[in-house]
Design a protein around this ligand. Structure first.
Ligand code: SF4
Ligand code: SF4
Length: 670
């Protein structure tokens, strides 16, 4: 019996093969040159050093995001389509490379790779993935042309690439079918697509030399389109493949809620050197890995689809911002330009103030772009240029004069402590937790009810805690998100000193902003504490049996996940454990919940200034809560409480949908 084998370059004369390799070499040289030009924008030396330093620690991210396409799967339809095209391409590319090895590299050594059973499975495998590849492209075209998801933006170049890929996939099958029809090899039926197609074509392939001519023409066309695609990678949509791969390998690993420190105030004070550039404006301000990040954007629109600011018709789209800054960066760096992003109209103040720092865009982006880092850095530039309105200036003044955003005397924290009825700190008091009350519960009567509930819970469960009263200052979250890094760090250093001074090891807080800042941002400044959100502590107390709930509440409730708890810090189960432990409470989920929660509109210091919006973010969220038919909207943040309660009042439904913090519900059920 004949051993099945791959007859490489059958029907292709030697001159055509030589011509093919010559053409491929030209395409590869063009691609290499264009890659070089593109990488020059990052600084090749810097990029290489950065890659070597970071890649080892990021292999998991690369495997999950690049190879397994984890983030793409967050949207099923687009994820499946990309999966089909991506894996189809990978397998077909490997298949073609094996042919190259088999026909040229291994031949001089008399090694035949593509033969026997291996060859049969090779054929089967390639045909299956070829079908996936072609079907994926057809779905992608159908989706862009007919389904047209609102967030998808198609450029002509996207269609050119898709049609080019489709041409390659379809001609690949036709080439296989003609080859099988003309050679009639007995193992043809292992080509599960090529074989039936060859049977269909056979009646039209009776003229042998004409058929061979058609085969050769198709073959050259197939090869040239493939070469053109390769050469176009550095300057087409396909560039997202190497750029996003590189981005995943060098992306900084950090909790989503964390903002980086552009300088360390303490070190600056110690050295006496205050010469530091904060924020970004000119292209040269963008470090190389940020340039790679910008270049990774595929314009897929997923970030725009989840952005609360965009949904509220505020003047911001994270997709557009990334695309605009990328074009600006490419133009400025290539031409050695010195113009700024604000000066050229690439970004504007209103757009940047529209962001709630909810991190939905960052969570959603399949290529690991951190849109928020750009926004926050641009904000720092606005603050440095002193282009702030009265609201923002007032916030800065209040923080400077009173160490809180409300502009109320710090001594009010002691009055709040008396009203809350909790244990204040005194020398020699033994405690396990510092209960960080935060500015809202210290200065706002509504939020104080949350602190009262927490005190009741901790007393009931026998938790040893202390409240710092007027020793506590704003954590600085609104300052940092506004772009005032220096004052943020001043407050942070003062708080760290206080916390160390009282011997704090563990901190619990009901405020997600305090939680995130204390947990993720203070360590950069020397404050290392174990920080718990109150949902975490309460859920632990319930699980350990230290807290017993006996009073049935008999209500249907939905839970609004705070961005800085669920998405920023991945705490999704803890508040649900608390909800599930409430007697007589039926929990119904909103359309957007858990890590894909929808912002209340207060984050990113938005609570402290006015933002133009057509459909308030808080109202959009309230609509989702209303749609569940719940009577109680459970929250886990004093600012979400205020935003959603105000939205309910504005709608006149505060009697039908009551906004309550988790701790209030727990205290009610004790
Ligand atoms: S952080 Fe939130 S509000 Fe800001 S751009 Fe991203 S999705 Fe939009
Ligand atoms: S930033 Fe990310 S999510 Fe947004 S369009 Fe670009 S690739 Fe898509």
């Amino acid at each position: 019996m004949t051993v099945p084998f791959r007859d490489n370059f059958v029907f292709i004369p030697a001159w055509q093969v030589t011509f093919l390799y010559a053409s491929f070499s030209v395409a590869a040289l063009i691609a290499l040159y264009l890659f070089y030009r593109r990488f020059r924008l990052y600084g090749i030396r810097q990029a290489w050093d950065g890659l070597r330093a970071a890649a080892g620690g990021n292999l998991k991210t690369f495997a999950a995001g690049g190879l397994l396409q984890k983030k793409l799967a967050q949207r099923r339809q687009g994820g499946v389509i990309h999966f089909m095209i991506f894996y189809g391409t990978v397998v077909l590319f490997i298949g073609t490379t094996l042919v190259f090895f088999d026909s040229d590299l291994l031949k001089p050594f008399r090694i035949k790779l593509l033969q026997g059973d291996f060859y049969l499975y090779y054929k089967l495998f390639l045909d299956i993935f070829g079908v996936l590849f072609v079907a994926g492209i057809l779905f992608a075209l159908f989706r862009r042309l007919a389904l047209r998801p609102a967030y998808q933006h198609s450029a002509r170049g996207d269609y050119v690439i898709l049609l080019g890929l489709l041409y390659m996939g379809v001609t690949g099958f036709f080439l296989e079918a003609i080859r099988l029809a003309l050679t009639g090899v007995p193992w043809g039926n292992w080509s599960v697509v090529g074989h039936p197609l060859s049977l269909l074509l056979a009646p039209y392939l009776t003229n042998y030399s004409l058929s061979v001519g058609i085969y050769r023409t198709l073959w050259m066309g197939h090869a040239f389109v493939a070469f053109a695609m390769v050469a176009s990678i550095p300057y087409s949509t396909l560039y997202h493949i190497p750029a996003s791969g590189l981005n995943m390998l060098v992306a900084e690993k950090k909790p989503l809620g964390k903002m980086d420190a552009p300088f360390n105030l303490q070190l600056m004070m110690e050295s006496g050197n205050f010469d530091v550039k904060v924020g970004i404006d000119k292209a040269e301000d963008l470090p190389w890995h940020r340039r790679v990040m910008l270049d990774s954007c595929t314009n897929c629109g997923r970030c725009e689809a989840v952005c609360p600011a965009y949904a509220a018709e505020r003047p911001l789209s994270p997709r557009k911002l990334v695309q605009d800054v990328d074009k600006f960066m490419l133009a400025q760096v290539s031409a050695g330009g010195k113009l700024g992003a604000f000066e050229t109209g690439t970004v504007n103040d209103d757009e940047l103030w529209a962001c709630t720092s909810c991190n939905a865009c960052v969570y959603e982006c399949p290529v690991y772009i951190n849109q928020l880092d750009f926004i926050m850095d641009f904000r720092r530039t606005i603050v440095a240029a002193n282009r702030l309105d009265d609201y923002k200036n007032r916030l800065l003044l209040n923080e400077a004069n009173y160490s809180n955003p409300y502009g109320l005397p710090p001594s009010d924290r002691d009055s709040a402590l008396a009203e809350i009825g909790g244990k204040g700190y005194a020398d020699g008091v033994e405690f396990e937790y510092v209960y960080w009350v935060g500015c809202a519960a210290s200065f706002d009567a509504r939020a104080r009810r949350i602190a009262k509930s927490m005190v009741r819970i901790m007393e009931e469960a026998g938790v040893r805690y202390v409240i710092l009263g007027s020793k506590e200052k704003c954590t600085g979250d609104p300052l940092r998100r506004l772009g005032e890094e220096g004052r943020f760090q001043e407050l942070a250093l003062q708080n760290i000193e206080t916390l160390k001074g009282v011997g704090a090891k563990k901190i619990v807080t009901h405020c997600p902003h305090c939680f995130n800042t204390l947990k993720n941002e203070y360590p950069d400044l020397g404050g290392n504490f174990e920080v718990l959100h109150h949902s975490d502590l309460v859920s632990k107390l319930l699980m350990e049996g230290k807290l017993k709930l006996s009073k049935p509440l008999n209500l249907k409730a939905t839970l609004h996940d705070a961005c800085f708890v669920a998405r920023g810090n991945g705490m999704i189960k803890e508040p649900r454990k608390v909800m599930e432990a409430l007697p007589g409470v039926e929990l119904v989920e909103m359309e957007n919940s858990g890590a894909r929660t929808f912002c209340c509109g207060a984050g990113g210091a938005n609570y402290w200034y006015k933002v133009y919006e057509k459909r308030p973010v808080s109202k959009l969220r309230l609509e989702e809560a209303k749609a569940t038919g719940a009577r109680v909207l459970a929250v886990e943040c004093p600012y979400c409480t205020a935003m959603l309660e105000d939205a309910a009042k504005a709608e006149g439904i505060e009697g039908q949908l009551e906004v309550k913090d988790l701790s209030e519900l727990v205290a009610d059920a004790i």
